[in-house]
Write a protein that binds this ligand. Structure first.
Ligand SMILES: [Mg+2]
Length: 259
């Protein structure tokens, strides 16, 4: 394996804390010169906020090691059009990420409308997005998740907003984040690795493992997050490897590296 894509919640972190083996595994990847990216669909937080969260857990992340569905959306839309005018429905954090990438944000005469996980969504933003959608503007969504897990229970995420715009405007979006292969392609592009050289490590079958399968990557399912062995037994999404957690992924990766 020449590169690793790592999920964050349920794989690297549980709440604010690093899961067992996470710090040792990342330290080993650095020592071996094996690049990795942390992938997240959550676009309500900026790259800087994710960096702070991983750093607080003791993981010493570098800015270039975070790849959000917002970054994947930026890579995708700049491949479509190198200088697009983008109407972004998203948080101030996401706006900053787009502006830092040199994307021109504008609502008048926009070439495309991008829907992110906007935890600052208002009816006025919904209204202003619905009008260009009815006129046929290119429509992208950063990720498909219908809900976002929180300690109090699941709350509406981009997928739920998409259902609203589909009802109101009859439009479906091109979706970028996990499990779409677009997210894996963007991440591999950043790492300079091919699908055959990379491995996705994650805790969710329908996102992490499905993306790996769609993009032709090897995958490691870890059982430290949402997936149980019972759920795995009846899943259509089959991981290449199954491990109890990152300690075992690390042991396997060491063995593969020394073979
Ligand atoms: Mg996860």
């Amino acid at each position: 394996m020449k590169a690793f894509l790592l999920d964050i919640d349920g794989t690297t972190l549980l709440g604010p804390d690093a899961l067992p083996g996470a710090i040792d595994f990342v330290t080993w990847l650095r020592a071996e010169g094996i690049p990795h990216l942390w992938l997240t669909n959550n676009t309500s937080m900026s790259r800087g906020a994710w960096l702070a969260r991983l750093a607080a857990a003791g993981l010493d992340p570098r800015p270039e090691e975070i790849y959000t569905a917002g970054d994947a959306t930026i890579d995708h839309l700049t491949a479509l059009d190198p200088a697009p005018r983008v109407h972004l429905v998203g948080t101030e954090d996401l706006r900053r990420d787009f502006e830092r990438a040199g994307i021109a944000l504008a609502e008048d005469d926009a070439d495309m409308l991008v829907l992110g996980y906007d935890t600052e969504l208002t009816y006025d933003k919904i209204r202003r997005a619905a009008l260009p959608l009815q006129d046929g503007v290119t429509f992208l969504a950063t990720h498909p998740d219908a809900t976002c897990p929180t300690p109090a229970g699941p709350i509406p995420d981009v997928g739920s907003f998409l259902a609203m715009f589909e009802t109101a405007c009859g439009r479906t979006a091109t979706v970028i984040g996990k499990p779409e292969a677009t997210m894996a392609a963007g991440a591999l592009g950043r790492l300079g690795a091919s699908a055959a050289e990379a491995c996705m490590v994650g805790d969710r079958l329908a996102t992490d493992i499905r993306m790996a399968n769609r993009a032709g990557l090897a995958s490691c399912l870890v059982l430290t997050g949402v997936t149980t062995r019972e759920a795995l037994a009846t899943s259509e999404d089959e991981p290449t490897h199954v491990f109890d957690g990152l300690e075992d992924v690390h042991a396997w990766a060491r063995e593969v590296a020394s073979a």
